[in-house]
Design a protein around this ligand. Structure first.
Ligand code: 8YV
Length: 324
């Protein structure tokens, strides 16, 4: 008998087809968000699960799934998974690093350009019929070229964002707990600085950190106060890294020129105050959302699931202790 797995959110039919060759698949193609209770009910008889960031794989869910051997996240971030609980239960957990780096870096740039040049707000204004002709002072934006790009969190996506800055003749600075090796720094012409310098000097600050207890509200009122009033903040990483209430207040008081956010604290809910501000650009967590990339992510998660449930070490194992 084939092992039974759950695909917790809708995925492309090609992925279900592939998984069906190996498993008996319970596919949530109706895309109902299952939550803790739904996952507990659907995982009681499963050996593996493919999850998205909207699926909370908590200790309670794990306790309700005695046969579970693998949790394969359809994302690079895995703050939806209680990793320690997985490891204690001997469950292998995996993510999808690498395949979404360029697509997410592209979105960071789209948001950077949008906030710098008022793309969203000027388009809304035009659509609303306000454009009556040329005015010298309409929609004066911030120059991207020759500005200082600051990156907080310099993993693969941070480096991909930095490399794209070369074409804009930007000065690139970054802060990361560990400094990149010299060849990688050279490849993206980025200079390591301490966090205070990064906050003080960046014209555009892009956040690319994973969410954890340590990175919770790493950008709060105190950090925002250290930034230039002409600076823009771009978050394509995770909600909760930024204290959204503090950001609303800084944007409202024009202590910051603008922000562009793809992720929010408690998403899909977000602070409604953002909607009243004309200096913030908002997108609904679409960092990895190109067809090719979402397909690659889903196939990577499938590869991990197939390996894990056939006794092989999955390529993107994130809790090596569970393997040991
Ligand atoms: C995912 C993401 O598409 O990979 C991540 O960590 O944030 C996104 O790229 C989304 O979270 C769906 O799981």
């Amino acid at each position: 008998m084939k092992p039974r797995i759950l695909v917790a959110r809708e995925v492309f039919p090609e992925v279900i087809e592939r998984l069906s060759r190996h498993f008996e698949v319970d596919a949530n193609q109706a895309d109902v968000v299952l939550g803790v209770e739904g996952l507990k009910a659907r995982l009681a008889d499963k050996t593996g699960v493919m999850t998205a960031v909207s699926d909370p794989v908590t200790a309670e869910v794990i306790a309700a799934a005695p046969g579970l051997k693998a949790v394969c996240n359809f994302a690079v971030g895995y703050n939806n998974i209680d990793l320690a609980a997985c490891t204690r239960a001997g469950i292998l957990a995996t993510n999808t690093p690498g395949v979404l780096d360029d697509t997410t870096a592209d979105l960071a740039w789209a948001l950077l350009m949008a906030t710098a040049r008022h793309i969203q707000t000027s388009e809304h204004w035009l659509r609303a019929g306000h454009w009556k002709g040329f005015r010298m002072t309409d929609w004066l934006g911030s120059d991207v070229h020759h500005a200082t790009l600051g990156i907080l969190g310099m993993g693969r996506i941070g480096q991909a964002v930095a490399r794209r800055a070369l074409g804009f003749d930007m000065n690139v600075i970054y802060h990361n707990r560990s400094r990149l090796p010299a060849d990688k720094e050279a490849a993206c012409r980025a200079t390591w600085v301490d966090k205070a310098t990064l906050l003080r000097e960046a014209d555009f600050l892009v956040l690319l950190l994973p969410y954890s207890a340590e990175s919770h509200h790493i950008i709060g009122a105190a950090e925002l106060a250290q930034m230039k009033p002409t600076a823009h903040l771009i978050n394509v990483a995770r909600g909760g890294i930024v204290d959204d209430a503090a950001l609303v207040s800084a944007l409202r008081q024009r202590r910051l020129a603008g922000a562009a956010l793809d992720v929010f604290e408690g998403e899909p809910k977000f602070d409604p105050a953002f909607l009243e501000l004309d200096n913030v650009t908002l997108t609904p967590h679409i960092g990895s959302s190109s067809r090719a990339t979402r397909m690659a992510m889903a196939m990577t998660a499938a590869d991990n699931l197939i390996a894990a449930l056939s006794g092989q070490r999955p390529p993107n194992l994130i809790n090596a202790d569970a393997w040991r």
